[in-house]
Write a protein that binds this ligand. Structure first.
Ligand code: SF4
Length: 132
């Protein structure tokens, strides 16, 4: 359980569904695993959708002073997904509704690639693999 509403950057709504235990380090995998478990077990709780470093980024080696080393690429993924979902950064949403919205708006490999086609994790991503 978390004491505060989790910040989740928009494109992590996809990563969370695709996570199967891979990541940038053991610390990263442990933190992300906890967040994924919490989100799956608490669909009625709320999260804040953001376009900057979030609770998952906290344990990432690419997070340098709250800026992602892959800034341009991940910022673009966040912006494209926010546009697609018609959400704005910092909007607080119900977890279940957020994932229903994502999976209602993104229904094909082409939809997925429009958001995160350049992601280096796509071969390991369970969410992308469901479209193959
Ligand atoms: S790569 Fe960037 S966006 Fe992804 S978890 Fe690490 S800091 Fe966050």
């Amino acid at each position: 359980m978390y004491n505060e509403i989790l910040n989740i950057r928009a494109h992590h709504l996809l990563c969370i569904q695709g996570f199967q235990g891979y990541g940038y380090s053991g610390e990263f995998v442990e933190n992300m695993g906890k967040i994924v478990k919490y989100i799956k077990e608490n669909p009625k709780e709320k999260i804040r959708i953001v376009e900057y470093c979030d609770n998952i980024c906290l344990s990432c080696k690419n997070n340098i002073s709250d800026m992602c080393k892959n800034c341009e690429s991940v910022d673009n993924m966040d912006k494209r997904l926010l546009d697609k979902l018609k959400l704005t950064s910092e909007q607080v949403v119900n977890i279940e509704e957020a994932f229903n919205l994502v999976n209602d708006k993104l229904k094909s490999l082409q939809d997925a690639y429009e958001i995160c086609g350049e992601c280096s994790w796509s071969e390991k991503c369970l969410w992308i693999s469901k479209f193959h």
